[in-house]
Design a protein around this ligand. Sequence first.
Ligand SMILES: [Zn+2]
Length: 415
Amino acid sequence: MRLRIHRGAHEIGGSCVELQAEGCSILLDIGLPLDAPEPAPSLLPAISGLADGTNPNLLGVVISHSHGDHYGLGGLVHSSVPMFIGPRAKTMLMASTPFIRLPLDPNALQTYRNRETFSLGPFAITPFLTDHSAFDAYSLLVETNDKRVFYSGDIRAHGRKSYLVENLLKKPPSAIDTLLLEGTTLSRSEDRSSKSTTELELENQIFNEIRDAPGLVLASFSPQNIDRFVTFYKAARRAGREFIGDVYLAHILSELNLATLPQAADRKFRVYLPQRQRSRIIADQAFHLLNGLGASRIYLEEIGSKPEGWVMLFRESMMPDIDRLPRSISATLLYSFWPGYLAQENQRLQRWCEDRGIPLKLLHTSGHADTQTLIRFAKALRPKTVIPIHTMASAVMERLIPNVVIVPDGEWHTV
Ligand SMILES: [Zn+2]
């Protein structure tokens, strides 16, 4: 078997790895580069048959998780090339289609199952459910007759599913020839021995903020980050407040339909319909999205009458909604994204908060493994070779982890 990284050897995002054996190829991930505004054919890796379906030896694309930097070019892949993703990741994408423009049609995706091996030509692929900020994210083991490659995908060991990684490290797959290991956090300059804040520690920090906040708490996070939703939800409940989601979040949770996750229809949280979603639902005549939410719906009047009773999911497009509340109502915004976004794009949000006298507090933990976890990961899997991916600091990985080989984008590496 041989492999080449098409994108990701020296960047975070846009990941795509080609594996080749017996004249056949499969791809692991087909991501959109983070700096690309939208998918374009020119961004597609130069792989025979990927765009036009003319290569019968291109057997499929296996997507590790539902973040755009891993599946965002999937819509440009020819329909004759099968694409695979985790079942709940697919459900989540399907549930997102009424609300956001996706880069691919999730109906086109086939699904694999956790720890169930499936075959594409000479390749046997086993997905391992892992801990990441994307729901239903996987690492992927790919075997041929004589070689075994393990692709970490995006991982961490400080989320609500950290046990998945710990279990893998306790009983790792054996005889790994090559480990493709993500190194997202390695370009951070902070102390490499320090551990990431766990999702549970973050819950405590958020709880403290909610407890001490005088009025309405606005919770700014991605509804697709289910771990973070649970963190805010639990912190709100502990602080004696009700959580207010939007119709998008309520719809995702309803479609996932997991006993472990609260449902708006069961009145476990309230649902506000932001103006932006309301316009969209009317334009698309998608009123079914409101079915079953009647009793849990909440309107600005009730929110404004008891601001200290709520923790409300907030997104930038909801600034006009909040502006309709009396200015005398105090609010606190808990910002739970990568802080770089604030500096890059969200000046508008900061200015709005300043103008309204809303304190903006950063409460976040990364979706990616810290240095010590990466070292533990490599040590447990004992691969002959480690190839860095999804990192801007492959040289740092080379210093920290034995047997690292840096393979630049586009270069073949024999496993
Ligand atoms: Zn990623």
